[in-house]
Design a protein around this ligand. Structure first.
Ligand code: NAP
Ligand code: MG
Length: 498
């Protein structure tokens, strides 16, 4: 992918797309919501109006489930797996061909720096599409020896849920949409995708690309609108057998309760409060910038953000100073500017929420080393914030802030691995942890003690082949990898009397 910035016509194209009359995608047709209601979407860097989007409701879910069920029965389930593979690969190519435009559109709607959108989000989406394309032809069952009298041939097959509901948040809109669409389609499901109200634009553009590359009508349906409206209607609909959700714990719990009525299968990717442990022998030249990027990337609006740094007392001062220096130099601004390293937060509400957490930390006795404030009221900008003098039981250490705020704490004994693991594990969450040490044995022993779905030792990133998800209140199930594709299937046992 090109490293140059983007051309003026790319921006014009993205802005024109944002302004066009949008529809919801049902059965291959772009249409108004049955209620004809609409809502507006804004640019968080300028607070200016970007476009007007249909507000789908329960009636539209009804139509979408109908279209998806028909597409499954009449077309999708009858195609050979190689055809699903070919379509997913072509969608990956189409996303790559439109990478600049999609990145700029994402930046307009979500605020993240356009380079970050392209190099992280869009690249991950392309790789996920190609990775999942391969799985379409490789989902196998097993032959199973049975012991009851007689001669038998028994085997298992993996079959898709016919219609699945995919509900995604605003922090990584295109990446999250593809992280769910690609495995669902590879497995053979038909999908109803609901993007977050705050960031629907790239999902709508992806919808157009799915049509251009030839996905049959009804295989992918896209319903824009509010979580409590169309989102809840998707969760409640008896014709949808599986929900894959990424978002907050509160909504995740609500989905579990609602799903109990229809006995839907549910996969949940929820929040996190990931620990970054920096041991005495860590390579600080790598650990410090990596820890800083791990919390200030996407303005901290990442479920897996390393929001708690634990540094050994011998390196604590250097780590605190290093992360604070990084924060001070970080260029915050409109994500379309080439110099910008951190964009705005998504909304006024999010900005207030994050600032309130910092205030709460101060009240509880923490000290704000740098940042802590909003700035430049043209958009929802906040200074990257480093907090010290925190204690384990403070809310700022325990709760997910989802903003550019990191707490830096010290620990005393490099060898007390059980204590260290307890410190890192002592939140309700269990999404990720990062360890920095040159001691292979400590690294593995600590990794083994961590209660988190992903452990990174001396670096690492997201890869579509690696299962991703949370322990404890960070979620149910895993996305990515074989497990992520199989999550869209059920096992069927077949026994044949010979
Ligand atoms: P959210 O309020 O839970 O929203 C997530 C999605 O669910 C949105 O599309 C939302 O729609 C929809 N929704 C809301 N209420 C619903 C309901 N009753 N039924 C069905 N759908 C409903 O979360 P958010 O505030 O957008 O996102 C931030 C949170 O997501 C953070 O806590 C973060 O940790 C978590 N997150 C986790 C991961 C992960 O991979 N584990 C990734 C990203 C974010 P509307 O917004 O349109 O109303
Ligand atoms: Mg927006």
């Amino acid at each position: 992918m090109s490293e140059r910035y983007f051309d003026a016509d790319v921006r014009d194209g993205a802005e024109t797309f944002a302004r066009t009359k949008h529809g919801i995608l049902i059965g291959g047709e772009w249409r108004d919501a049955v209620s004809a209601r609409v809502f507006e979407t804004y640019n968080p860097a300028t607070k200016s109006l970007l476009g007007v989007i249909p507000e789908a409701g329960a009636e539209d879910v009804e139509l979408a489930v109908d279209a998806a069920s028909r597409a499954f029965n009449e077309i999708w389930s009858k195609l050979p797996p190689s055809e699903r593979q070919r379509l997913l690969w072509r969608l990956g190519d189409a996303v790559e061909a439109h990478a600049d435009e999609l990145a700029v559109l994402e930046t307009l709607d979500n605020g993240k720096p356009v380079r970050e959108a392209r190099v992280i989000d869009i690249r991950n989406a392309i790789e996920t599409l190609r990775y999942c394309a391969g799985w379409a032809t490789k989902l196998t069952g097993e032959t199973v020896p049975v012991s009851f009298p007689g001669e038998w041939h028994s085997f298992t097959v993996r079959q898709p849920f016919p219609v699945v509901g995919l509900i995604v948040p605003w922090n990584a809109p295109i990446m999250m949409a593809i992280a769910k669409l690609a495995p669902a389609l590879a497995a053979g499901c038909c999908a109803i995708l609901k993007p977050a109200e705050l960031t629907s634009l790239t999902a709508l553009r992806i919808g157009q690309l799915t049509q251009e590359v030839g996905f049959p009508p009804g295989v992918i349906n896209i319903l824009t609108g509010a979580g409590r409206g169309v989102g809840q209607a998707i969760v409640d609909h008896p014709g949808i057998e599986k929900i894959s959700f990424t978002g907050s714990g509160a909504v995740g719990q609500q989905i579990i309760s609602s799903a109990a009525r229809t006995m839907k299968k549910v996969t949940l990717e929820l929040g996190g409060k990931s620990a970054v442990v920096i041991m005495q022998d860590a390579d600080l030249d790598k650990a410090i910038p990596s820890a800083a990027r791990g919390i200030f990337g996407n303005a901290g609006q990442i479920c897996n953000a390393g929001s708690r740094i634990y540094a050994h007392r011998s390196v604590y001062d250097r780590v605190l100073q290093g992360v604070a220096d990084f924060a001070e130099k970080l260029v915050v601004g409109n994500g379309l500017l080439p110099s910008t390293q951190m964009g705005p937060l998504i909304s006024q509400a999010q900005l207030e929420r994050v600032c309130q957490y910092v205030a709460l930390g101060r009240t509880d006795g923490a000290s704000v080393v740098i940042g802590g404030n909003a700035e430049d009221e043209t958009g929802y900008f906040m200074r990257p914030t480093v907090v010290a003098q925190t204690r384990q039981n403070m809310r700022i250490v325990q709760e997910e802030i989802f903003g550019p705020v990191v707490c830096v704490q010290r620990f005393d004994d490099n060898n007390a691995l059980d204590d260290l693991a307890m410190l890192a594990n002592a939140t309700e969450y269990g999404l990720g942890a990062v360890l920095w040490t040159r001691d292979l044995s400590s690294a593995h022993r600590l990794a083994n003690r961590m209660r988190a779905g992903t452990i990174r030792i001396n670096g690492g990133g997201l890869d579509p082949a690696l299962p991703f998800g949370g322990m404890k209140k960070s979620g149910w199930g895993r996305e990515s990898g074989r497990e992520g594709v199989e999550a869209f299937t059920e096992t069927k046992s077949v026994i044949v009397a010979l």
